[in-house]
Design a protein around this ligand. Structure first.
Ligand code: CDP
Length: 232
């Protein structure tokens, strides 16, 4: 499999563990990993900090004009940090305030065009794992491997609660549940590239799988796709 560069698109609902499997795969394959959700979160952070009225197309256009997003690999964390105009915003984008506003912001057509154009550019050379909501349907419709992840809602809530509790001990399970439910609803019912499973995406339900089990399962899929791509 070494040397073969394919494109891997991972989509699914909030807190299904997309970034965990994406990071595992990128590390195992020597691919780059792009968390497309971090881009929408960074844009949302900028909008919040600058009081951008996201119902005004002019204000949104002016704000996007001032936003520069980039990723830099962090060797200690073994994952990429996201920079918003040269500031590392990897932590602040995880705040509940951002989580509450990100889905409405990500539903704006101008915001999506801005982010998708960059995502397509990042994937030009293949050898990339990207996760999000529209990666297999819009960003990389020709990806050799598409995965659609699902997990039991109760499992997802507890996973996200534990993650957020580590930095915010005031967070409640109800707050987390409400946020996930609302984002899933907005993300899958919006007009612009709503979240849905691409017809050719493989379904991965990791509700009761360990990290190692899911990595082994998906690695088989990668090998299969890499080989069939080689002989095509
Ligand atoms: O919290 P979680 O890690 O599940 O979400 P995320 O990947 O950080 O994405 C945050 C939000 O960005 C989602 O709820 C979507 O509203 C939006 N998003 C999107 O619209 N399209 C993507 N490709 C990725 C994220």
């Amino acid at each position: 499999m070494s040397g073969i560069k394919i494109t891997i698109a991972i989509d699914g609902y909030s807190s299904c563990g997309k970034s965990t499997i994406a990071k595992q795969l990128a590390a195992r394959l020597g691919y780059s990993y792009i968390d497309s959700g971090a881009m929408y979160r960074a844009i949302t952070l900028y909008f919040l900090r600058n009081g951008v009225n996201y119902n005004s197309p002019d204000e949104v256009a002016a704000a996007l004009n001032d936003i520069h997003l980039s990723f830099a690999f962090n060797n200690t964390a073994k994952s990429s940090d996201i920079y918003l105009n040269d500031e590392d915003v990897s932590q602040p984008i995880r705040d509940m305030l951002v989580s509450e506003k990100v889905s409405p912001v990500a539903a704006i057509k101008q915001v999506r065009s801005f982010a998708v154009a960059q995502q397509k550019r990042m994937g030009r050379k293949k050898g990339i794992v990207m996760d999000g909501r529209d990666i297999g349907t819009v960003v990389f419709p020709d990806a050799e491997l598409k995965i659609f992840m699902v997990a039991d809602p109760a499992v997802r809530v507890m996973r996200r609660f534990k993650e957020m509790y580590a930095t915010n001990p005031h967070i409640t399970i109800d707050e987390v549940r409400h946020n996930l439910e609302l984002r899933d609803y907005i993300d899958s019912t919006r007009e612009e590239s709503p979240l849905h499973r691409a017809a050719d995406a493989l379904l991965l339900d990791n509700s009761s799988m360990t990290r190692d089990e899911q990595l082994e399962k998906v690695t088989v899929w990668v090998k299969d796709r890499a080989i069939s791509n080689m002989v095509r």
